[in-house]
Structures are given as structure tokens and as C-alpha cells.
Design a protein around this ligand. Structure first.
Ligand SMILES: NC(=O)c1ccc[n+]([C@@H]2O[C@H](COP(=O)([O-])OP(=O)(O)OC[C@H]3O[C@@H](n4cnc5c(N)ncnc54)[C@H](OP(=O)(O)O)[C@@H]3O)[C@@H](O)[C@H]2O)c1
Length: 257
């Protein structure tokens, strides 16, 4: 009975996510490009995602993942990864509409965006870090992920907008880390939190970084904030916003100094 309920609920959540993500991502993007065509805007810069680039289980680990790579829609669908599915369909549609309507489209494909929060709520990328500080994640996954500072994502958008020769897609990241490296960095800066020290996967070898390149955006002159600083600033911002409580003994020791 419990299992039935759990699966039913998960399906409901997945359907909800599918509707919530797909509709604004796909139709919203198309509408914006069409409106831009009508208004004859000079250039449209579209925030896509690395999720439109790397989700392809058949890609050899030796292949350099660059702007020519696309996520496999069937794989996204079969794994119910509606975020990557929605963003991929949205970006592909954006390119189609832009070509048909003669819009000068340039796309930024950021990885997980970190750094200080502007918004009062926690989004998925911030939760990715927050869970390691609150004690809700008891272990870390055997997985790798690339990261970028939110200010660099903003800089990338300005650069591709202002550089006349900019065209196509721009993968935007500073560095890729294994989750084990993420928790090590967090623990060095913030030892006061219950940061996991064990990997959830003790059987398989540690996942290696895949070959993702940021050369194209670097050629436009961007200098990325180091990932360690991104992680530091993310946690500081969570503390300043009151989302992540500062442990009492640490607060007291700060007051004494
Ligand atoms: N965060 C990342 O790590 C990351 C990585 C790669 C790409 N991206 C892309 O960057 C963009 C922003 O991501 P984010 O993480 O900043 O997202 P976010 O914090 O969840 O913010 C999403 C924004 O979209 C607005 N929005 C959501 N549904 C909408 C709708 N139906 N109509 C109009 N506005 C709607 C929200 O408005 P309200 O504030 O009113 O709810 C909010 O301002 C997205 O396109 C995302 O795919 C993000």
C-alpha cells in the first residue's frame, strides 16, 4: 500500500514538474523570439543550460563536450529529466524560430550557478549546496558537476550581447568538481556544519570529470571567479539571508573577538 502511494505521488510530482517546466520553457521561449522578431531587436541572448548539452549516455568519455553537443531527447524523456528535456526542446525551438524569422540569437549555456542570492527563496542550484550544510545530506554522491559564479553568468550574457562577432552557443563554467571535492572545500571554510564525509557509493570507482570545454567563452575575454570563492560566497549569502543558521557557539565566538 505504501509503495503504491509512493509511486503514485512521485508520478504526480513528475507530471507537475513536467507541466511547470515545459510550458514556460518551451512556449515562453518561442513567444519571446517571435516578439523580438516583430520588434526587430538587434540581438537576443537566451539563457539556456548545460542540460541541453551533456545528457547523452552514448557519448564516449574521450569526446570533448563543446557547443556542438546536444542532449539526447529520448534519454531525457526515458529518465524523466523534464528540466533537461524542456530546456533542450526550448533551445532547439529557439534556434528554429530565430532562423525562420531572421533573429540574431546567441545562447549562453550555464552549468550550476552559485554565489550570492538575490532572491529570497532557495532555488535548485542553491539547494544543491545547502543540503550539505544542514545535515539533510548524510553522504555525498559519486558524481561530478561543473560550477559557475552568478556574476560570471551575467558577464557572459553582456559579453555575447556586446561582442558583434559572438554567435551560436557558449558553455559557461569555471570548473568541474566531484562532490567529494565540494564537501572538502565546504568543510575547510565552514567546519561548524555537519558536512558529510562519506560517499553514498562505496562500490564503484570515483567518477571522473568528463571533458567539458569553456574555451569559446574564454576567447571572449571572461575571467572566471574560482569555484572555491563561489562556494564560500554562496554559504555566506545563505547565512546573511538567515536561510542557513550560524551555529550558536560560532556566533558567540565571533561576538567575543
Ligand atoms: N540556477 C542554475 O544553476 C541554472 C543553471 C543553468 C541555467 N539556468 C537557467 O537560468 C534561468 C534562471 O534560472 P534560476 O535558477 O535563476 O531560476 P529561479 O531562481 O527558479 O528563477 C526563475 C525565474 O523565472 C520566473 N518564472 C518561473 N515561471 C515563470 C512563468 N511561468 N512565467 C514567467 N516567469 C516565470 C520566476 O519568477 P518568480 O520570481 O515570479 O517566481 C523567477 O524569476 C533559467 O532559464 C534556468 O534554466 C539556471
Amino acid at each position: 500500500m505504501y509503495v503504491f502511494f509512493k509511486f503514485g505521488f512521485d508520478d504526480f510530482v513528475l507530471q507537475y514538474l513536467k507541466d511547470k517546466v515545459m510550458e514556460p520553457a518551451v512556449n515562453g521561449t518561442k513567444n519571446v523570439i517571435m516578439a523580438a522578431a516583430e520588434a526587430k531587436v538587434r540581438r537576443v541572448v537566451f539563457t539556456s543550460s548545460i542540460g541541453t548539452v551533456y545528457m547523452d549516455p552514448n557519448r564516449s568519455p574521450d569526446v570533448v563536450v563543446d557547443e556542438s553537443c546536444w542532449s539526447d531527447l529520448e534519454y531525457c524523456k526515458n529518465t524523466k529529466n523534464w528540466y533537461c528535456y524542456g530546456k533542450t526542446v526550448a533551445e532547439q525551438d529557439a534556434w528554429d524560430v530565430a532562423r525562420n524569422k531572421g533573429v540574431d540569437l546567441v545562447v549562453v549555456n550555464p552549468v550550476v550557478v552559485l554565489g550570492p542570492l538575490l532572491q529570497p527563496t532557495v532555488n535548485a542550484s542553491i539547494l544543491h549546496i545547502l543540503k550539505y550544510l544542514t545535515g539533510s545530506a548524510k553522504t555525498y554522491a559519486n558524481a561530478v558537476q561543473a560550477y559557475v559564479h552568478v556574476r560570471d553568468v551575467a558577464v557572459a550574457h553582456i559579453l555575447v550581447f556586446e561582442t558583434p562577432s559572438a554567435s551560436g552557443r557558449y558553455i559557461c563554467f569555471e570548473k568541474m568538481l566531484h562532490r567529494g571535492e565540494v564537501v572538502e572545500i565546504l568543510a575547510k571554510f565552514f567546519p561548524e556544519y555537519p558536512i558529510p564525509t562519506k560517499c553514498s557509493d562505496e562500490k564503484n570507482p570515483r567518477k571522473q570529470n568528463y571533458k567539458l570545454t569553456n574555451q569559446k567563452i574564454k576567447d571572449l575575454g571572461i575571467e572566471f571567479v574560482p569555484v572555491k570563492q563561489c562556494l564560500y560566497e554562496t554559504v555566506k549569502s545563505l547565512q546573511e539571508k538567515g536561510i542557513l543558521p550560524i551555529p550558536k557557539h560560532v556566533e558567540d565566538s565571533v561576538n567575543i573577538q
